[in-house]
Ligand binder design. Structure first.
Ligand code: BES
Ligand code: ZN
Ligand code: ZN
Length: 485
């Protein structure tokens, strides 16, 4: 359950409060007794990070801002603090909790709230009722106090709602969510948020000759789907859409090149890119970002079935290029490539694909950076980097030189779907680039999405990596557009 969020203007004396302080000053509106105040001040002056006051009828949490040099680090430390306090806050069974600040930066209340919301998320849909009840003590309401713009509160609600359902989708196992049911969920989200969803089913995908998606689907008993998401507001600042593409492999066994040992675990999350694109479209539509934004989601599972595609197969992709299959576990790039060439039909300003694409990206950057590969105008990358720091979903670029692409050479087809053992993430990116007729940013989230343990509020097993980043990026592109006009 996600707490409700409201803005308030008054703090009454029997309500529990989180107060973020940026100086050695405890605000009077908390109305501490003299004794409480003396105690709190002594702890503040002793430079303690958190100070707790448990009064008869309420609980006060004082949180000192960290003294970091860069602003985005201060913000991140505050989000992390809310993760550190989540159990205490939960354990104190508040039905309502006020969040306020004193001499802190603009946005501190929102950052703490965001961190807290993302930290107390849990996936308990399949737990029995008694276990579910444990969670009913989370604060049912978070009351934000201070001069906060309504639009910022709305953004926070829309964005965290998206993180919640995106995480839910990622965590669903494949026996509960196949490609067709994923499309059904996307449709529901589109209907409630206000963007259009068209679902192409197998017959249409065959008619379009999406050879990559169809090849990966051959071993499955379930049909593939291709979803087209469209947020096209009446008031819209761009003429050519920004197209987001998400990898929707609802389960990746590896296919005939089957994953061994522990490598298959968690591969129900191989559709995280697809879920994330859906979350971004939701946030764009709910908060009314004045841009034409589309989402393309090719989806299937990847299994070794009776007629599964094999190593050595030569397939013809949607754009008529031929690909020799060097490894059936390099399936993500095949379904994404079809979507990338399909995007040409919209003459996009920019294509961004997001995918749990390669173990190599995870080996290179661990869980700290989204691997980005691109040849687009640097203005997009500077903005993406800046947004990445601000929301702390940081990006790191890999070289994207043409020499890496040469490793895809095939003796029998236009290219292979794998290169050598080295530089796997870059080669995968180079494969995708061949299908892009418009500017492409490729984001590999294999490292940041498949977390084995919590990285603070980026909770393990599918934190919805890239969702806050892309939503913020699009929001700022819209601001830049309107400032230029
Ligand atoms: N879905 C995997 C990539 C992955 C691995 C994501 C680990 C998250 C954690 C992808 O389809 C895959 O299997 N890639 C192969 C490519 C190889 C066969 C060229 C890989 O990275 O090993
Ligand atoms: Zn794979
Ligand atoms: Zn995969």
């Amino acid at each position: 359950m996600k707490p409700e969020i409201q803005k308030i203007s008054q703090i009454s004396v029997n309500q529990s409060v989180v107060c973020i302080i940026g100086s050695d000053n405890i605000p009077e509106r908390l109305r501490l007794t003299k004794q409480e105040n003396d105690f709190a001040m002594s702890r503040v002056l002793a430079r303690e990070e958190y100070i707790f006051i448990n009064s008869y009828n309420r609980y006060i949490y004082l949180i000192r801002l960290k003294e970091e040099i860069v602003h985005y680090k201060v913000r991140e430390e505050l989000r992390r603090t809310s993760y550190n306090l989540r159990k205490l806050i939960k354990g104190n069974n508040h039905s309502e909790l006020i969040i306020t600040s004193e001499n802190a930066y603009n946005g501190a209340v929102e950052d703490f709230t965001e961190g807290l919301l993302l930290s107390i998320y849990s996936f308990d849909k399949y737990k029995t009722k008694s276990l579910k009840d444990e969670n009913t003590f989370y604060p049912a309401k978070l009351l934000l106090h201070g001069e906060i713009e309504d639009s910022e509160i709305k953004w926070l609600i829309d964005l965290t709602d998206a993180v919640y359902f995106t995480r839910d989708l990622i965590k669903e196992p494949v026996n509960q969510l196949n490609a067709t049911s994923l499309a059904g969920e996307i449709k529901k989200i589109g209907d409630s948020a206000g963007f259009r969803v068209e679902v192409l089913t197998k017959g249409k995908i065959e008619a379009l000759k999406m050879g990559g998606l169809l090849a990966v689907n051959k071993g499955s008993v379930d049909p593939p789907v291709f979803c087209i998401l469209d947020w096209h507001p009446a008031k819209c600042l761009n003429t050519k859409p920004i197209v987001l593409i998400g990898k929707g492999i609802v389960y990746d066994t590896g296919g005939l090149n089957i994953k061994t040992g522990e490598f298959m675990a968690g591969m129900n999350g191989d559709m995280a890119g697809a879920a994330t694109v859906t979350g971004v479209l939701h946030t764009a539509a709910k908060s009314g970002i004045p841009l034409h934004i589309m989402g393309l989601i090719p989806s299937t599972d990847n299994r070794p079935g009776g007629n599964a595609y094999t190593q050595g197969d030569i397939i013809t992709m949607f754009n008529k290029m031929t690909v020799e299959i060097g490894n059936t576990d390099a399936e993500g790039r095949l379904i994404l490539a079809d979507a990338i060439s399909y995007a040409s039909k919209y003459s996009p300003e920019l294509i961004i694909d997001i995918a749990t694409l390669t173990g190599s990206a995870a080996m290179t950057f661990g869980n700290q950076a989204i691997a980005v590969m691109t040849n687009v105008d640097r203005k997009y990358i500077s903005l993406l980097e800046e947004c990445g720091n601000d929301v702390y979903e940081r990006i790191a670029e890999l070289p994207f030189w043409d020499e890496y692409g040469e490793l895809l050479k095939s003796d029998v087809a236009d290219m292979k779907n794998i290169g050598g053992r080295e530089a796997g993430a870059i080669i995968a990116g180079k494969f995708l680039e061949r299908f892009a007729e418009y500017p492409l940013i490729h984001m590999d989230i294999a490292g940041t999405e498949m977390l084995k343990k919590d990285d603070f509020y980026r909770l393990k097993n599918g934190p919805a990596s890239g969702l806050r980043l892309l939503s913020t990026f699009l929001r700022r592109i819209a601001v830049n557009y309107s400032e230029r006009k």
